[in-house]
Design a protein around this ligand. Sequence first.
Ligand code: ADP
Ligand code: ASP
Ligand code: MG
Length: 474
Amino acid sequence: MQNKTLVMKFGGTSVGSVAALTKAAEIVKSARADFARVVVITSAMSGVTNLLLDCAALAAQGKVDSLPNTESRLKEKHFTAADALIKDEILRNAVKQEISDLIFSFVDLCKAIAILGEASPRAMDAVASIGERMSVRLLAAVIESAGVKAQAIASTEFVVTNAHYQNAHPDFKATTEKTRALLNPLMDAGIVPVTTGFIGATPEGVITTLGRGGSDYSAAIIGSVLPADDVWIWTDVDGVMTTDPRIVKDAQTLPEITYSEIAELAYYGAKVLHPKTIRPVVDAGIGLRICNTFNPSHPGTRLIANAKINGKVDGKVVKAVTAIRSQRLVTIEGRGMLGVPGVAARAFGAVASTKTSVPLITQASSEQSICFAVPSESAASVINALQSVFAREIEDEDIDRVWMTEDVSIVTVVGVGMRHTPGVSGKVFSQLGNNHVNVLAIAQGSSEVSISFVVEAADTENAVKALHEMIVNK
Ligand code: ADP
Ligand code: ASP
Ligand code: MG
């Protein structure tokens, strides 16, 4: 056994059923044979976070009719697994009681939200946290039943964050101290700490979340502060693939991917890894592997610092294609903008005031328009902010209009080899053209690791399929 530390995170589907939990416990058991110290991080059971948040959103509109149904679905899901997999009766009953209490507090929270008629980001985080706080108890007991000493511990005890609810940022210094103080003694005693992904707490102890899909980030935070030697993300596919296998069935696993490639892929929609996961592990020099709970003998994907010759792995320049849906293109246009300094700064200042981040920007060289993408749900407030910041220019007709498209998608191709290979964008655009996909806007990442382009929502699948075809057939 190596005297090394391994952090393993199990995603929602990996703890979402009796079969999945059985696999997860076997995985922990076999990792324990190889690693002296193992920390397990869990997501909520699949579907649970959405169920909780949807119910709270309805409560905010005064609608509580679905509460009893949600309550029984949550009980059923967790209790079925507890009954099947927790052998010790006392432990099983204790876990079921704790889960019942959490469901009870969820119902209470929803009733309070309904009375107030609104759900603050802080309240939504309290609601969302319940999924992981239930699954952590279940998974710890299931691991224990599989013969490995394990203890559930809430990450709210040691992941310290700011109070930016729904997208909290960790305080790495405080988190380091607390994580080591709480987890090291357990591991020294041969116990596997099983902790909640996704959630943390402010220094005052108020629960926060790290953003949707954030339990990958939890694994990176905890892995980097311990520090661990390796972080393994267990999910429901064989690692990072050439594209989302839900769009293209014959997507292939990439055995290796560089930090910059995965960063672009994750940022531009590949849900397999939360984009914030990468930085802490890179900074701490920790290994990262993405692997399949349902196919554990598959090596999955390893993150590497640098690609081989000219960035080409297996001779491929473009390695993967991804898409983010539900975006709008916002355009500010007017002949009066020509040569006027500060228009872009004011435009993006206005966007920032709405707390919207901009995934893609293009500007025509004529300086007569600025065009950028924003998530559809923020588009109306962005347009309002722009109209008010440029009210004078609009009145003077220096700016003719500020407008947005219908829903569009950003499709991105990724590969570090693009940097050294001329003609890639030509091939990409011919492939799109040949498949009748109309490109509305283009942007190339300054690192030249990716090219992104905007297509109409209806063309998303076609664009991804066509580019995937190009990737695998080259
Ligand atoms: P988990 O609950 O384990 O965190 P997620 O659903 O968040 O799992 O992420 C895994 C999913 O990411 C896969 O089921 C797959 O549909 C999707 N995905 C999107 N792009 C890719 C890609 N390039 N490679 C692998 N999976 C991808
Ligand atoms: N359960 C959380 C979510 O659904 C976090 C995660 O699964 O990563 O967003
Ligand atoms: Mg995920």
